[in-house]
Write a protein that binds this ligand. Structure first.
Ligand code: ADP
Length: 274
């Protein structure tokens, strides 16, 4: 009976080890798949602009392009190189963020200060571009802990996307409010919106909704995944909501950040206790 008991125990142990191994194999297979897709995406996104640049340079070099048109192709080359540079930078940044090599410099901030800084940076640009821009401050100040530079980058990115994917005349709103104990910054556009089935993927690296992949709007599909990483570093959240009804489409991207006072007040109270 003793032996039987030991055998049963050992069998259970082995089964557990086997399950563990199977789990690791699944995880490794998943990672390997992810790595393959990553390389495919990177080479795909670099190949096209490089092919074009190479073609233009050769054509200019061989004198195929009439003198008066070289300016046009040189600008194309310059834009192509700028797009590649931007892509490589984003890729590098995402990897630094994911491996936690790029740390946030956390400092006390005020939510309305952050809001004001971004709103006043964009207002003159919108004015020039003839884009209706609504600035909606719905709540008062609130203390945050964060890296103003990185958080600004997230909000800039949301505003840039709203401009990029929304027709020129359509309005964009930038809103600040306190909601459910968090400071919430929203960018609301009246553009084409995002199809329901694409919503779960928009924050994934390299993901672009089909329309934008094919429409010639430049982009890498990395902006929102970088933004999501930065939000997570701050204990915050990045979300998207697609508006329906009101005869309009459009989407709302929101960055929610936890308020500083709770943790701060709690620890202060603790230090004051006898
Ligand atoms: P990129 O803009 O470089 O493609 P992002 O990660 O910023 O990458 O966005 C991912 C995709 O989400 C975009 O390609 C686009 O299809 C979609 N998207 C983002 N913002 C908007 C928006 N405001 N309106 C419509 N689609 C959007």
């Amino acid at each position: 009976a003793d032996l039987e008991h030991k055998v049963r125990l050992r069998t259970a142990e082995l089964k557990e080890m086997n399950d563990e191994l199977e789990m690791r194999v699944r995880e490794l297979t998943r990672l390997e798949q992810w790595r393959k897709e990553l390389f495919m995406n990177i080479s795909h996104d670099l190949k096209t602009p490089i092919t074009l640049i190479q073609g233009y340079i050769e054509a200019i070099h061989e004198g195929v392009i009439p003198e008066e048109q070289t300016g046009f192709y040189l600008r194309r080359i310059r834009d192509g190189i700028a797009a590649i540079t931007h892509f490589v930078r984003s890729l590098n940044e995402l990897s630094l963020l994911e491996t936690r090599q790029l740390a946030a410099r956390m400092e006390p901030l005020d939510a309305t200060e952050l809001f004001r800084a971004i709103a006043s940076k964009w207002a003159p640009y919108m004015e020039l571009a003839g884009r209706p821009f609504r600035i909606e401050r719905l709540s008062g100040g609130a203390p945050l802990l964060g890296d103003a530079h990185l958080l600004g980058r997230v909000l800039d990115n949301l505003i840039e996307n709203a401009l990029k994917y929304t027709e020129e005349r359509l309005p964009v709103a930038f809103r600040y409010e306190l909601a459910e104990g968090a400071a919430k910054f929203s960018v609301i556009d009246a553009g084409p919106g995002i199809p329901e089935d694409a919503i779960p993927y928009v924050f994934n690296s390299f993901y672009r909704v089909d329309k934008s992949r094919n429409s010639g709007i430049p982009g890498s599909g990395l902006g929102l995944s970088i933004a999501k990483e930065i939000a997570a570093m701050h204990g915050g959240e990045l979300s998207v909501d697609v508006r329906r009804g009101e005869g309009g489409s459009g989407c709302t991207f929101a960055l929610s950040l936890p308020l500083r006072q709770e943790a701060g007040a709690a620890s202060e109270r603790r230090t004051e206790a006898p």
